[in-house]
Design a protein around this ligand. Structure first.
Ligand code: PHE
Length: 467
């Protein structure tokens, strides 16, 4: 229909697309390792509470604003405030942040794609070599992989909402669930696997301190794709009759479930590889886990499964992570694309072309940040250390501005757009929420303690990161 905004074709399509955005590298690797190191079941419990008590209300705020305005984040802030300049800043932050996060996330996705390619070609021995990762990220080959990943993202997004984003999510998400479950079953039947399950799940409340609480909340916030304009943009593609609270709850549940189940894959795998391992000594970063530690496990599988069997397991793992990363990157890149289409009236193809080139350029700068070019490797320095271009993008946009964006949407929804409009939007398509306890909780939390918590995180990050 000319003139009307494209919509998701079905409720399940929307839920899978939003869950596709939420489920990413953070769920598959970051969460399991974080939980295992920081109190196991205690961390899990705290994470789940944060998801439902703090992140879900913010997700509802974002989706409601998006659907009500029927626009990209910049257009939404502007439309609902009559173009007030202060809120334009919030709008700009909500499109620049996802664009810049897309830049570094693209680089990581490219590495995953490279490892997928290598494990499918049977090069496990090479992948397990401790020097391979360093060589791989500084080799020219990654630019070839980058072109391939950009082409995949382009193909999905040029199909638009229904034929592109929704179709990809409907294909990739069920495949992701199946691969995850298959790997979990496989890993749990290995020797010593149960030691890993125990280590992962037995709660240790003594490990929970302020830093762990902060880490769990930041992880939950990032994992649900909040503060990046994504849920505003996807919200703008939801049908007026759709039940926003019901869908958002399912997205939060899926995201948490995948994070939890991923732990049943990663920790038992580590223990069956080495029963005497001390996982608290594992590196914190998901990156070193994926690219240096797990390949060793895949190589060790050759002893029992043979060359082909081990390569298949490794390929399934990297394909799983790749699907998770692609559905996330599609969602985050859609934000600036939607903004250019909505605000400047350009075609989807043109928006994708222009922003795709810019994304590629900045991603190349990021990719050159690991030693290939000194200017990008030693880009600047703060807090007494040298930072690469990649580090700066990560620190500024992911670590610092995300909570600020979350804070702004909360203040906006309750104090500027106003509670009654927010509630009317939530009830639209879901009248059972009208005046319910759930809705009152959402209003109060979004209007009071959630923005305060996000403010504390923001101020703390600024103080710790840059001074
Ligand atoms: N939710 C993703 C994760 O857990 C994060 C993300 C979402 C990153 C969207 C980029 C784009 O990894």
């Amino acid at each position: 229909m000319a003139g009307s905004r494209e919509e998701f074709g079905s409720r399940i399509g929307f839920i899978l697309a939003a869950a596709g955005s939420a489920v990413g590298i953070g769920n598959l690797v970051g969460f399991p390792v974080g939980a295992a190191k920081n109190g196991g079941g205690a961390f899990l419990l705290m994470y789940a509470l944060f998801v439902f008590l703090i992140c879900l209300p913010v997700m509802l705020a974002e989706m409601s604003v998006g659907r009500h305005a029927g626009k990209d984040p910049l257009g939404a802030y502007s439309k609902l405030t009559g173009g007030a300049w202060q809120w334009k800043i919030a709008g700009w932050l909500s499109i620049i942040t996802p664009f810049m996060i897309a830049v570094f996330y693209l680089v990581i996705t490219v590495w995953i794609f490279g490892y997928l390619f290598e494990s499918a070609s049977g090069n496990l021995e090479q992948l397990a070599d401790p020097n391979t990762f360093g060589q791989f990220i500084t080799s020219e080959t990654i630019f070839i992989y980058m072109v391939a990943v950009l082409a995949i993202v382009y193909c999905i997004l040029q199909g638009g909402v229904r034929q592109g984003i929704e179709k990809a999510a409907k294909l990739m998400m069920p495949a992701l669930f199946v691969m995850l479950l298959a790997l979990v079953v496989f890993v749990l039947t290995r020797e010593n696997a149960m030691a890993g399950v125990e280590y992962y799940l037995i709660p240790d409340f003594s490990k929970i301190d302020a830093a762990v609480v902060n880490g769990a909340l930041s992880q939950a916030f990032f994992s649900l794709s909040l503060g990046m304009g994504i849920m505003i943009t996807y919200g703008s593609y939801i049908n007026r009759r759709a039940d926003i609270p019901g869908s958002a709850k399912l997205v939060a549940l899926t995201d948490t479930a995948v994070a939890f189940v991923a732990g049943l894959m990663i920790l038992p795998a580590i223990f069956s590889f080495d029963p005497d391992i001390d996982p608290s000594k594992l590196s914190d970063s998901s990156i070193s886990m994926i690219f240096t530690f797990l390949p060793k496990i895949f190589l060790a599988l050759q002893a029992t499964l043979g060359y082909v069997g081990a390569s298949i397991v490794a390929s399934v793992f990297f394909l799983l992570v790749f699907f998770a990363a692609i559905t996330s990157i599609v969602s985050i890149f859609e934000v600036p694309v939607a903004a250019l289409i909505d605000e400047k009236g350009v075609s989807r193809k043109a928006a994708l072309g222009i922003l795709g080139l810019l994304l590629a350029l900045l991603a190349v700068f990021c990719a050159l940040s690991f030693g290939m070019v000194k200017f990008f490797t030693e880009f600047t320095s703060y807090a007494d250390s040298t930072k690469s271009f990649f580090d700066v993008v990560y620190d500024v946009f992911y670590d610092t501005i995300l909570p600020l964006n979350g804070l702004l949407i909360c203040i906006f929804v309750i104090y500027r757009w106003k509670k009654h409009n927010f509630n009317a939007e939530l009830d639209q398509g879901a009248p059972k929420y009208k005046g319910s306890f759930f809705e009152r909780y959402v209003d109060i939390s979004v209007g009071t303690f959630i923005p305060v918590i996000l403010l504390v995180i923001f101020v703390n990050t600024v103080a710790v990161k840059y001074f």
